[in-house]
Design a protein around this ligand. Structure first.
Ligand code: NAD
Length: 268
């Protein structure tokens, strides 16, 4: 028997699977949606950025691409209702939406900024997972992926709202893996390190101000705390998502998978 007999190629590994990605029109969500589409999945994304959605629709005219804010129950609900109406369910749900939130010592954080950060990162994950749990449980199969962060695995000075939200996301993942496992549903979290791109440019600028140092120093700090001395790309995060969604991930659940070159500390 050939050594690779029985193994599937990545190009059809998700063959017809129905994949939902929140905040899927740009950044990590877009990279995941693209990787899943190339692997043969049908794709539905939501996002709050109309320009990014327009570009997404042009690139993937067969996909469902809807303007929806994950932190607003009615807005997200309309997107999820549309998926149920069009597809009758889903096989892979990625609760990916998140924002960086404010940077600064905890005593300087405005309550409204704290709440806004938790609303997108944690309320949005809860609302997406609540829908996914009902749909996937009814089917007795599927994968629920949450985008957490290395900030959900370590203390993160001057980023307390984001760290608290992402530890919450990991807690949600751990709990739902236990609730849904008996129903054939897997639940995992992706924990990316610093991803090169416009979002981290904004985060670095805010942290430079909060720490009163220049941006180059903040960029060096991110690499200093990582064993492999590297940032990561959105495509590398998407590769990990594809692995978890593929048959190779069939028995992986309850895991917070870091894609980060091994973070040792997020403390400056
Ligand atoms: P991003 O800032 O590039 O934004 C991606 C998309 O999210 C954008 O199109 C934006 O419009 C959309 N979005 C923002 N708020 C939304 C909302 N309320 N509802 C729906 N869509 C919304 O973000 P990203 O870097 O791709 O991050 C995606 C996820 O990965 C987040 O959960 C983030 O916390 C996490 N993460 C990012 C990094 C990083 O370095 N970029 C590292 C670790 C974890």
């Amino acid at each position: 028997m050939a050594a690779d007999a029985g193994r599937s190629s990545n190009t059809a590994v998700l063959n017809g699977a129905r994949a939902v990605v929140t905040a899927g029109a740009a950044g990590i969500g877009r990279a995941i949606a693209d990787a899943f589409a190339v692997a043969g999945a049908r794709i539905a994304v939501c996002d709050v950025d109309e320009a990014a959605l327009t570009a997404f629709r042009e690139a993937r005219p067969d996909a469902i691409a809807v303007e929806a804010d994950v932190s607003q129950e009615a807005s997200l609900g309309a997107f999820l209702d549309r998926i149920e109406a069009d597809w009758g369910g889903a096989d892979i749900v990625v609760a990916n939406a998140g924002i960086g939130g404010p940077a600064g010592a905890v005593e300087t954080i405005a309550f409204d900024d704290w709440k806004a950060c938790l609303a997108v990162n944690l309320d949005g994950a809860f609302l997406t997972c609540r829908w996914a749990a009902r749909v996937l449980k009814a089917q007795q199969s599927g994968l629920l992926l949450l985008t957490a962060s290395t900030a959900g695995l370590f203390g993160y000075p001057k980023r307390s709202p984001y760290a608290a939200a992402k530890w919450g996301v990991v807690g949600l993942m751990k709990t739902l893996a236990m609730e849904l496992g008996p129903h054939g549903v897997r639940v995992n979290a992706l924990c990316p390190g610093a991803v090169d791109g416009p979002r981290m440019d904004r985060v670095v600028a805010r942290e430079a101000q909060a720490h009163d140092v220049d941006e180059a120093a903040i960029r060096r700090r991110y690499v200093d705390g990582v064993s492999m001395k590297t940032w990561v790309t959105a495509e590398e995060v998407a590769d990990a998502a594809l692995f978890l969604a593929s048959p190779a991930g069939a028995k992986i659940s309850g895991q917070a998978l870091a894609i980060d070159g091994n973070t040792q500390t997020l403390a400056p």
